[in-house]
Write a protein that binds this ligand. Structure first.
Ligand SMILES: [Fe+2]
Length: 181
């Protein structure tokens, strides 16, 4: 079963506000992309929100990141489908992503920080962030350097990159209003 309040579950284990924002933004992007892949927006959003649930617990140990998160979610009664996506999103351990879910999570996880950084550069005015802004910043390797450009492109075999970027911006916009006015 998909949990009703994935954010509450996340907040039991994550305290960093920026990490929570990253997770919520990743969830919003997953929700926005799912219809383009004929997938379930609710399922995709929950996976996006929960994908880094173990981040503070493993404190940077990339050998355990995702593995621990998957166990935590199974313990909380979530289905293997969600736990497995969280386990597999760690690209240091898994590089054979091929399903729409795995590929979408790679891209959403990586572009969320870039879109947030673009909005912050514009003083929080996310409505000014366009496909052009994001593509320009993707080329600027020094900007939001932690956002892996190659991972952003993971979804490209499944959908047009411009459509992905546009939908991702729309997704982040949905959660941005209210938290940054
Ligand atoms: Fe992440």
């Amino acid at each position: 079963m998909i949990p009703d309040d994935p954010l509450a579950l996340l907040q039991k284990h994550v305290t960093s506000e920026s990490l929570i924002e990253h997770c919520v933004a990743t969830g919003a992007i997953m929700r926005a992309i799912a219809p383009h892949l004929n997938e379930d927006p609710d399922l995709y959003e929950v996976i996006g929100i929960l994908h880094d649930i173990d981040y503070e617990i493993v404190s940077g140990d990339m050998e355990r990141h995702g593995m621990v998160g998957a166990e935590m979610l199974l313990q909380a009664g979530l289905p293997e489908e969600i736990a497995d996506a969280v386990r597999r999103h760690n690209h240091h351990l898994f590089s054979d992503h091929s399903t729409p879910l795995d590929l979408c999570l790679q891209s959403a996880d990586s572009i969320s920080g870039l879109i947030i950084a673009c909005a912050l550069v514009k003083g929080g005015a996310i409505e000014e962030v366009t496909i052009k802004t994001v593509k320009k910043k993707m080329k600027d390797k020094g900007f939001a350097a932690g956002c892996d450009r190659e991972r952003i492109r993971a979804v490209e075999p499944l959908m047009d990159l411009d459509l992905f970027i546009r939908s991702a911006i729309e997704g982040v916009t949905q959660i941005w209003m209210g938290s940054h006015d």
